[in-house]
Design a protein around this ligand. Sequence first.
Ligand code: NDP
Length: 328
Amino acid sequence: TRTPVNVTVTGAAGQIGYALLFRIASGQLLGADVPVRLRLLEIPQAVKAAEGTAMELDDCAFPLLSGIDITDDAKTAFDGVNVALLVGARPRTKGMERGDLLEANGGIFKPQGEAINAGAADDVRVLVVGNPANTNALIAQRHAPDVPAERFTAMTRLDHNRALSQLAKKLGVSITDIKKMTIWGNHSATQYPDLFHAEVNGRVAAEAVDDQAWLENDFIPTVAKRGAAIIEARGASSAASAANAAIDHVYDWVNGTAEGDWVSMAVPSDGSYGVPEGLISSFPVTVEDGKYSIVQGLEIDEFSRGRIDASVAELVEERDAVQALGLI
Ligand code: NDP
């Protein structure tokens, strides 16, 4: 029998946590033959709720679930962690300034980075879901100097999946007809879903659409504002699709991307495409043997350049703000 993989989920008692944990325990995160041990990290007042979720996980009798630990201590939660899903974050509340938001999240992601640095397994992979995800990932990464920087990533896979779905609807094709979708930049309203490199049955998606007005005024804002539209419609946030995207992100990072396709991940920039080195920005990536690489050599036209630069400028601002606050 294989040794279980230690998977730590923060904010485990939240909405996304509730949609995520059952899928991890059923084998969808890593593979149908990989046993997992779950570590749930919560703030003290939510530990009881996490215990309730753990009771339900027990009651599913998942064959691959070899154990569940629940804690409010980051050091304990990340000791020996192989896959860290950082979901819990401080949401923006009414009247909150951006500085306050970044400061509150610094108070969460700095100690979590330190705990990962202190105790994580050598092969640790970190995915930050909690917003502002890219900058939270940057904070954690900067406090884990002994962990290779590239192990810290943030989630833009939900945006990627939303873009696939919108494009498939527009063209009346199926998801599997579309390859090479890319989200560039920040997981925020400035993100850039790129149809100039995506392909629909081998044809450039922007050409297949042949409608720049739709692309600019419909497609891009629909993808970027989808989260708000879902809150408006269902009266609650897009927790299940966010959990699904987290599963997709980690599954592909571990098991690889398909030949002739790529996925979007926010990863530390190596300077590719003019994105300042070290910023955690979304790129097209392929994964082989458990390691991702940023797709190189794509030609970026003027329209795409402007969109990418605008989103990257926002990431620079966020980085400078957390730097000014002494969080990195
Ligand atoms: P959710 O589980 O709905 O969301 C968690 C985080 O994911 C938020 O930062 C949210 O950002 C973000 N997110 C990213 N993508 C999406 C998406 N598509 N849809 C919705 N959210 C998205 O929040 P809950 O409030 O239900 O739960 C949070 C839990 O985290 C609570 O149980 C809390 O106790 C816990 N927590 C734990 C911490 C810890 O373990 N140390 C620290 C802080 C909180 P956004 O705010 O922008 O929606």
